[in-house]
Design a binder for this molecule. Structure first.
Ligand code: BGC
Length: 657
């Protein structure tokens, strides 16, 4: 290979750069594309959105040109953010975002979902998925919280590695698939809470809380890793030999492909001011261990590397290491044999069985946080339904659905019901009244509420992504606050459905609210799953994978919770809902706790534990048992408790344990 050909393999360009209108909508500008392939020898592309047939034609054509017209005929490696389903394919199945999914505490939910995503992604010729997010979601202000598996490192690692294993090993023959553990490392806890602002993470916390999920994904065989766009302890991670080479490559032993995040080498010049020019920034990132640059919209990466080699500042041998890894990945993914999409196999995209799996995922994940007895609804109760997500698929599907911020309403699949439609189907049309959107407390609304037995309000926030979701306050907005107050003044039993990417403060309304459910962005299956839970045909079994704060200004993951010592002189910190909170319609009784020892004295010691869990209710239900440990004395203070094991089990009615 010539040096140019090698450097092209290390460059990843956005498809929007080679389409007719400069957007992601898959209309190829063949001249621009040929320039990318033949002049710049680009080996990888990302992003796009459209119907499956358009995807098939588009990928077939770009692979054909790459294979037939370039000198070496190396197939392209094509990446996509299918982060909650085949979310960039019009017909694709949309799953809940990870934060919701993690409340299932169930690896089988994650595995089933990952297999569906694999089956709806691979036949299109998309072999690289930039998922899962393995950042630990410690900060509710961080606008990507909903992309994480919550605040606990063990949950993030267990569910994240289940995704990696199920996704990469799904039966998608002859197509191979690569997952991507992102964003290494320390992305999710910026000090300000805002996206891509500086994080300060002491080594102790880095090792204990941030590395485990990545370590577990590496163990599960994840093929690629994407780097954190932000800076940690003053060091932009993209240029950090410490984080990338020393920790990820050497200590953790990762030998797969390391990819930058979008345009992030340039950001080390423009945003972090860590380097005076692009060439120095590229040198730092190559020395740190980057294999491929997601430059997205320019080809300068190869040019400056050539200069660096000519100037003797970089060796071609270093470039060869990265190119080998990239070509090995293409080989492992079977791209040299099967680069073209499989038109017929794409029939399974959006298959009805996949909808059922998405629905199950939502049903297992939605968390019933409060219930004063108004749920399940009684037969033929009259329901008034309102709020921003009441009749909107866009709001239920959330961000990263067909578009980065979520596509406009009419692009979402209409063969899956909105919440209002699901209510009508299950509760009977004559029992459901839909409020105006936006909500208007006019005479009609008052009349409708008066004649209803229960009011159900969807509250939360409209889809947002990355920095677009930066906020200064976790309170609900004024319009929603007003809506809830007006409804509460009428004294009707109230159910709040939280449709949001993070916990928004609901404390002011709690006293007069009968039931609260955290739904997150629950995807295609959300509306039916929510309706079944409200109607009592499904028993909720989700538990919170994060601590739900009560106040705007005080939040803390469960392992930092203040001890009694701190409580004695001041008001105790009480979150709105604890990590692990969540109820069903059946109470569970725990008896016969057995532990082989209560003290772990040395590192190899194994403790066996068992407990009987009995369903005391009249409905089948499931319970997640959370096992915590505590290191009582530590000169570096230890978490007040730490999740060590979790298991979700079907507990059948009555005698079964
Ligand atoms: C995000 C990544 C994503 C990439 C490609 C970036 O803005 O941070 O998570 O994979 O875009 O779409």
């Amino acid at each position: 290979m010539t040096l140019d050909e090698k450097l092209g393999q290390m460059t990843q360009i956005c498809f929007s750069n080679i389409t007719l209108d400069g957007t992601k909508t898959l209309d190829l500008n063949a001249d621009l594309f040929r320039e990318a392939i033949l002049s710049h020898k680009v080996g990888s592309f990302l992003s796009g959105t459209g119907p499956k047939d358009k995807w098939v034609n588009f990928i077939t054509e770009v692979q054909r040109i790459a294979i037939e017209e370039s000198r070496l005929g190396i197939p392209l490696l094509i990446g996509i953010d299918h982060v909650h389903g085949a979310n960039y394919v019009d017909e694709g199945t949309i799953f809940p975002h990870n934060l919701t999914l993690s409340c299932s505490f169930d690896t089988s939910v994650i595995r089933q979902g990952a297999e569906v995503v694999a089956k709806e992604t691979a036949p299109l010729g998309l072999s690289w998925n930039f998922a899962p997010v393995l950042d630990v979601g410690k900060n509710p202000y961080w606008p990507r919280l909903y992309e994480t598996f919550g605040e606990d490192p063990l949950v993030c690692g267990t569910l994240g590695s289940a995704f990696v294993d199920a996704y990469q090993n799904a039966n998608t023959e002859p197509f191979g698939l690569a997952a991507c553990a992102k964003h290494f490392i320390g992305y999710s806890d910026p000090k300000s809470g805002w996206d891509r602002t500086p994080a300060e993470i002491p080594d102790q916390i880095l090792y204990e809380q941030f590395l485990p999920s990545f370590e577990m994904a590496l163990k599960a065989g994840v093929k690629t890793v994407m780097v954190n766009s932000g800076e940690v302890n003053g060091e932009p991670v993209h240029g950090s030999k410490f984080y990338i080479d020393e920790i990820l490559r050497q200590r953790m032993g990762f030998d797969g492909v390391i990819l930058t995040d979008i345009k992030d080498i340039s950001k080390m010049v423009d945003m972090h001011s860590a380097y005076g020019n692009y060439k120095d920034a590229v040198l730092a990132s190559i020395n740190a261990g980057i294999d491929m640059a997601m430059t997205c919209n320019h080809y300068d990466f190869a040019g400056v590397i050539k200069e660096l080699i000519e100037e003797g500042r970089l060796s071609e041998a270093r470039i060869d290491e990265s190119v080998k890894r990239i070509l090995q990945l293409k080989k492992d993914l079977n791209l040299f044999e099967h680069a073209y999409p499989a038109g017929t196999q794409s029939d399974q995209i959006g298959h009805e069985t996949h909808y059922e799996i998405a629905k199950r995922s939502a049903a297992e994940s939605i968390v019933l946080l409060k219930n004063d007895g108004i749920l399940p609804l009684k037969k033929d109760q009259k329901v008034f339904l309102a709020g921003f997500a009441a009749h909107s698929r866009k709001m239920m599907n959330g961000p990263w659905t067909l578009e980065w911020l979520g596509a406009e309403e009419d692009r979402h699949r209409k063969d899956v019901p909105s919440l209002y439609e699901a209510f009508c189907q299950q509760l009977g049309m004559s029992n459901v009244t839909l409020g105006a959107l936006p909500f208007n407390f006019n005479r009609q609304a008052i009349k409708d509420i008066e004649k209803s037995d229960v009011v159900v309000l969807t509250i939360g926030e409209e889809p947002y992504s990355e920095f677009k979701g930066n906020i200064g306050d976790l309170s609900l907005d004024a319009a929603q606050t007003e809506m809830i107050k007006q409804v509460q003044e009428m004294g009707k039993p109230l159910v709040l459905l939280l449709v949001a990417g993070r916990p928004r403060i609901i404390k002011p309304f709690m006293e007069q609210t009968g039931a609260v459910l955290f739904c997150g962005y629950p995807g295609h299956g959300g509306p039916e799953a929510i309706t079944e839970i409200l109607a009592g045909t499904a028993n909720p079994s989700g538990k919170l994978s994060f601590t739900y704060p009560a106040n705007v200004g005080y939040f803390s993951p469960y392992y930092h919770k203040y001890s009694e010592y701190h409580h004695s002189s001041s008001k105790p910190f009480v979150p709105q809902f604890e990590f692990g909170a969540g109820q069903g319609y059946s109470p569970f009784e725990y008896t016969d706790l057995q532990v082989s020892d209560t003290l772990i004295q040395d590192l190899d010691q194994v403790i066996h534990c068992a407990v009987n869990v009995k369903n005391l209710g009249s409905m089948d239900g499931k319970e997640t048992v959370l096992w915590f440990i505590r290191d009582e004395i530590g000169t570096i203070t230890r978490p007040v408790k730490q999740l060590k094991h979790f298991e979700k089990q079907m507990r059948v009615f009555l005698e079964d344990t």
